[in-house]
Design a protein around this ligand. Sequence first.
Ligand code: AMP
Length: 590
Amino acid sequence: MDPILGIDLGTTNSVVSVIEDGRPLVLRDRHGEAILPSVVGLDAAGRLLVGREARNQALLAPERTVRSIKRRMGEDATVRMADKEYSPQEISAMILRTLKARAEEALGHAVERAVITVPAFFNDAQREATREAGLLAGLDVVRIINEPTAAALTYEPHSEKNERLLVYDLGGGTFDVSIVQIERGVVEVLASHGDTHLGGDDFDQLLLDYVCDAFQEEHGVDLRGSAASRSRILQAVEAAKIRLSDEACTTIAEEFIAEKEGRPLNLQFEIDRHEYEQLIGALLHKTLACVDASLEDAKLTARHLDRVILVGGSTRTPMVQRLLFEQLHHELHLEIDPDLCVSMGAAIQGGLIAGVDVGPVLVDITAHTLGMECLGPLHGRMSPHCFSPIIPRNAPLPATRSEIYSTVHDGQDAVMIHVLQGESDDARFNQSVGEFLLDGLNPEAEQGNEILVRFSLNLDGILEVTAVERDTGREKAVTIDNSITQFRAKNRDEARARLAAVFGETTAQRDSGAVAVAEEVPGTEEPLWHEAAELLAKARRLLPKASAEDADEMRRLIDTLQQAVERRRLDLAREAHAELADLVFYIEDV
Ligand code: AMP
């Protein structure tokens, strides 16, 4: 039977997928590219360009190039390309035809049917225009579905459970957040908010201005004045922005970017993630306000959500993930490529319509967070056992990430790099996978000497750790084989031993299985007991403010935590503490 294509017709980029052997398969062009920039243009000779080539000429020949046509869908208007006028449907059809041709080339036969996704906020006219664009491209559009619905389908193709998901979609040019409910396989969008002019392009623009301002200050030349250098810098800053998602710092370098008094000028600009985050912070906070508004519209709080799914390339930005986690206290799902999951979900919908049995999407991901031990805040005070994550849990493999750390003392000549795996903020509760000493550091350096630590984890679980003193370039690296399997095998025994060590327990007690029951431990040594007492008092104070349902849950957690504290069961106490703290947080917030 003819397959049904799943098409994500995006503002910035478009993607096409199909179900093959029961799984969604993203179809690539002959260069292996999955993403087609949603840009259409005519070259100087009047030849049609769709995708990367059109995008490359956009700044140099804007009069011959059309981008972001999705924003005009449903309007009774035309756009000009070279000397002709086109309807938004016609421009979109050019993109769809290119995707159809790509699919036919990859599959080796003609395809006629497609499911196309649109934003949840699209009105009837916009949906109708999308359907018409499909027809013009020679496609029978069997269904138009909402983008957040498609994203939800990649995670839950057959959900029989009732689930509520929050889909946070931050792409190149647009942002939207939706609350989606799946009930017995029926997907419904409960609420949706967004900003049709907010996305990665804005981050590029902010970074471009930052770089150009600094260049202007140094050389007295405004690089924004020439379309050619602007275009080069825009590409360079976008690439730097993408690197900053994995690396703690990066360099933007462009040779001969301008000329001054007959002399060529080079651009060489170093930026770290912290500086970049300061540039984009205000825009990200706007997206968080939309998250709140959509929850409010759906009459829910974050606690009622079962999952948070990230969609759109810009959600790979660590600050996006950090802020969302802080706001929602939910694990974030982006293990299915956030650039591709909408199209994969559309293909799944196509498969379901065609009656194909669709299995779950398979991805290779890290099962545990990898990070290192350092000095940092733990339970409200500074501790040398703070666990600093570098590669988060559920990161797709292979993964390379880096972070910058600082020395603590003036003249510190060595740092211990202690690599661990696990989810606790307290390194002592995670699994040690290796350690090494970076010594011979600059003895003249003051406290705050920066050490760049990079983790590279490949598909076989081999972890390469590199530590570099940024000032001098002094570097040391180790390879830890099979960090993942090692963890699984040794996990329990070592965790027990470590717990015992933390409790100061004897071997005989440990062998008797009394690992976490540590009556002998003086209560004052474990900060959680203090925190638990404070939290219990606060929770009891808040009880009258809670709804009947929340109050029941709160009483249950108060009891569990109280008992865990009385029995000095640290493991149970941690769990109950975390749950109760979440609940208190939301009730305080309401
Ligand atoms: P989309 O419209 O969903 O394809 O998203 C495209 C946007 O995601 C562009 O602005 C890209 O620059 C941005 N993007 C892609 N990969 C990353 C990354 N690793 N970190 C940050 N932004 C990214």
